[in-house]
Design a protein around this ligand. Structure first.
Ligand code: BDR
Ligand code: CA
Length: 317
C-alpha cells in the first residue's frame, strides 16, 4: 500500500526536485501541497508549486497557500541561493491552475484529522504552517503517522549563519513549537544532506534524455551550482529536500539516532541553531530520530533513476 504524503514546501530549487521525486515514486501518493514563505515569497512559491506540478502533468494535485511571514522574526527570503523566482534559471509557463481557497495550515489539519488513511507529513521549508496547525488543532500531534523534517545542523556548521541552517533560522520559534510538540519526527539535518552532492556528471546523465523535466532540472540546478561554488566552494549542489522525501519510503539511505533536540530561540548569535543532547545532560526523553549517517550514492542513484523514468514516461505520452 503506498504511503499518503502531504508536503509543506517553499519551492525552491531543491523543493521542486522533491516534488518531482514524489511524483516519480510509486511507493507514495502525494495528496496535496501546502506552501510556505522561505526561498521566495508565499505567492511566488505557490505559483512555482503549481507550475512544477503542471510541468509533470500532475496539475490535479491540490496546492494550498500558507503563511506569508515567520511567527516572530522578519521575513528572510533567499534569492542569492534560489534566484528571484525561486527556481534558478528555469522559466516555467505561468500555471493554469489556481491555489485552493483553504489556508495551508488548515489543509494540514483537515487532511491529518479527517483522512481515512494514516498521513505522513513531509516539511521541507520553514516550519510556520506546521506550528500554526499544531496551535490551532493540537490533536494532529497524536493523529499524524510521522513527520519528516528537513532542517537543522546538529554537528555540521550552519548554511545561513555559522550556527544555523536556513529553515530553522528563518522561523526558529515555529521550529521550537514543532520540536516540543510530541509528534513522531524524523529530522534530516545538513549533517547528512551535505554528504550528497548532485554533480555536473549527474546532470549530464539526466540530459541524455531530451525532455522538459531534464531541461527544468538543468536550468534550475545550474543556478544552484553557481551559488554553491561562489558561497561554499562546493563543486555541484546539495539537494536537501528530495533526500528528506526519499527517507519516507527508503529509510535505509540513512542511519538514525533517537535524541533530544532543541533549537535556540534566544536573540544572540545562536538564533536558529539546533543542538542534540548526546550525553543526556538534560535527562529528557528523545523527541525525534535524527539522520546522522548516510549512504550518499544510494540516494543519488535512486534520485537519478526516478528522474530518468519520469522524464521518459512524460516524453512518451
Ligand atoms: C533548506 O533551505 C532551503 O534553501 C532549501 O530548500 C532546504 O529546504 C536547506 O538548508
Ligand atoms: Ca526547502
Amino acid at each position: 500500500m503506498p504511503k499518503h504524503i502531504i508536503l509543506d514546501t517553499d519551492p525552491g530549487i531543491d523543493d521542486s526536485l522533491a516534488i518531482l521525486l514524489a511524483l516519480a515514486s510509486p511507493e507514495i501518493v502525494l495528496d496535496g501541497i501546502s506552501t510556505i514563505h522561505g526561498n521566495a515569497s508565499t505567492a511566488q512559491v505557490t505559483r512555482n508549486a503549481l507550475a512544477i506540478l503542471e510541468l509533470a502533468k500532475a496539475g490535479n494535485i491540490p496546492v494550498y497557500a500558507g503563511c506569508e511571514l515567520p511567527l516572530v522574526q522578519p521575513s528572510l527570503l533567499s534569492p542569492e541561493t534560489h534566484g528571484d523566482s525561486g527556481l534558478g534559471y528555469a522559466k516555467l509557463s505561468e500555471p493554469l491552475g489556481r491555489p485552493q481557497l483553504k489556508h495551508g495550515s488548515d489543509f494540514l489539519i483537515e487532511r491529518i484529522m479527517s483522512s481515512a488513511e494514516e498521513v505522513t507529513l513531509v516539511a521541507i521549508g520553514p516550519l510556520t504552517n506546521v506550528a500554526m496547525a499544531i496551535r490551532k488543532e493540537p490533536r494532529i500531534v497524536e493523529k499524524v503517522k510521522e513527520v519528516f523534517i528537513m532542517g537543522g545542523a546538529i554537528r555540521h556548521q550552519g548554511n545561513t549563519t555559522p550556527l544555523a541552517e536556513y529553515n530553522t533560522f528563518v522561523d526558529p520559534h515555529a521550529a521550537h513549537i514543532v520540536f516540543h510538540s510530541g509528534m513522531p519526527m524524523i529530522l534530516t539535518p545538513l549533517d547528512v544532506t551535505y554528504q550528497c552532492i548532485f554533480l555536473k556528471e549527474d546532470l549530464d546523465r539526466l540530459l541524455k534524455i531530451d525532455s522538459p523535466i531534464t531541461k527544468f532540472i538543468a536550468d534550475a540546478t545550474r543556478f544552484y551550482m553557481e551559488f554553491h561554488d561562489e558561497y561554499q566552494k562546493i563543486d555541484g549542489c546539495v539537494i536537501n529536500d528530495p533526500m528528506t522525501l526519499a527517507l519516507t519510503f527508503m529509510p535505509e539511505i540513512c542511519d538514525y539516532e533517537s535524541l533530544y533536540v532543541d533549537v535556540d530561540i534566544s536573540t544572540g548569535v545562536g538564533l536558529g541553531n539546533t543542538f542534540a543532547d548526546f550525553y543526556n545532560y538534560e535527562k529528557k526523553k528523545p523527541n525525534m530520530k535524527v539522520a546522522l549517517g548516510v549512504r550518499p550514492r544510494m540516494f543519488m542513484e535512486l534520485f537519478l533513476e526516478r528522474m530518468e523514468k519520469l522524464a521518459e514516461s512524460l516524453s512518451a505520452r
